[in-house]
Design a binder for this molecule. Structure first.
Ligand code: FES
Ligand SMILES: [Fe+2]
Length: 375
């Protein structure tokens, strides 16, 4: 069977299969560049994609450049405190306007100093008055939709997108008391992971490997045995990772948290571009974007509730996070060789509490992509 036929059969199975009869995907799901091109067009090019935290553009005049599906974009907080996302391409001759993060009353192109107001309007174009076919007042940067959700910043390349927030209400009900929107970034890292973007999401979102792979790092904190699956929605999926009662914890979270919530980390994905582990004291997240079939841009972060944290405590949490991620990374790099091997075959998934989110993610993919892959 060709890879695509194989995949077609696997996606068709998702309709009738349950968690108890689920199998992993054929290799072409991860290894076919044509599928990646379709994912970029139909998932990352149309869905809401998380680009980071709202506080990364905290004050009026703050801007943050980023890329989405090869499109250079920039998030800017305006004088009205609203965050907007614009094309990061100058309307004169196409220079990139903002590099990384910056601050300023205006966005000034480095090339010939055309300048733009924080709401995207062209404000200044030196020596251009004489041009007969150009009107400064008609010129502005193309703008894209923005949503803020629990302190995360989302944008989409789609025109007139369906709002994201209402589709996340059941998830918000699970994590509302953690007040992620009040948590502050204390660790942020841009990395390249040499794996398929879907492998990274599957890995972050399954509990089966927590105890075996993370034996000395995460297992003492969130062992596999304390994990439970919860029902997925159309735009999210996740599971609960209980904190081990054997380990003393700091309990610095929001006073709204119930005891049960304080003892639990809500692991959730808002595909295609965000996974997060929402804990009471602090939370982790990764913003994910594919570059090639085995190269992912990942922005990893830790956000902490409240100010009662010493540098040593932050450092300890960061080291635990980084060590855990290193363990994941080493397996995920090897996984790409395994998926490419002649002997690779689909394997059975563990029960819903442990690998149910892998199946939820397949189903999300099937809902969005089956018709595109096999019209
Ligand atoms: S390209 Fe930006 S001012 Fe010329
Ligand atoms: Fe892991």
């Amino acid at each position: 069977m060709s890879g695509r036929t194989d995949l077609s059969a696997a996606l068709a199975e998702l309709e009738s299969a349950g968690y108890e009869s689920a199998w992993s995907m054929p290799a072409s799901y991860y290894a076919d560049p044509e599928i990646l091109a379709l994912e970029k067009e139909h998932l990352f090019g149309k869905e809401w994609v998380c680009i980071g935290r709202v506080e990364e553009v905290a004050d009026p005049g703050d801007s943050m450049a980023f890329t989405l599906c090869e499109q250079p974009l920039v998030a800017v907080r305006g004088d009205d405190s609203k965050i907007r996302v614009f094309s990061n391409v100058c309307r004169h001759r196409g220079a990139i306007l903002v590099d990384g993060k910056s601050k300023g009353r205006r966005i000034v192109c480095p090339y010939h100093h055309w300048s733009y107001d924080l709401d995207g309007r062209l404000a200044g174009a030196p020596r251009m008055e004489a041009h007969s076919g150009f009107s400064k007042s008609d010129c502005r940067l193309p703008e894209y939709a923005v949503e803020e959700w629990c302190g995360f910043l989302f944008t989409t390349l789609a025109e007139n997108p369906e709002p994201l927030g209402p589709r996340l209400e059941p998830l918000k009900a699970r994590i509302g008391n953690y007040h992620m929107e009040q948590m502050k970034v204390r660790h942020l890292a841009d990395e390249i992971w040499h794996t398929n973007w879907k492998c990274l999401i599957e890995n972050f979102m399954e509990a089966y490997h927590l105890s075996p792979l993370h034996r000395t790092t995460l297992h003492p904190v969130n062992p596999t045995r304390l994990c439970t699956h919860f029902p997925a929605g159309d735009a999210y999926f996740g599971y609960n990772a209980g904190y081990s009662p054997d380990l003393p914890r700091s309990q610095k979270g929001h006073p709204d948290l119930t005891d049960a919530e304080a003892d639990n980390c809500v692991m959730f994905a808002i595909p295609p571009g965000l996974v997060s582990g929402c804990g009471g004291d602090y939370s982790s997240f990764i913003c994910i974007q594919p570059e090639t079939i085995d190269r992912v841009r990942a922005k990893l972060g830790l956000i902490f509730y409240g100010d009662g944290w010493t540098d040593a405590e932050i450092e300890k949490a960061t080291v635990l996070f980084n060590d855990t991620m290193s363990e994941d990374k080493s397996v995920l790099v090897g996984l790409m060789r395994g998926l490419a091997a002649n002997a690779y075959a689909r394997g059975p998934l563990a029960p819903a509490d442990f690998e149910g989110n892998v199946f939820d993610f397949y189903r999300y993919f099937g809902r969005r992509m089956a018709a595109v892959l096999h019209p």
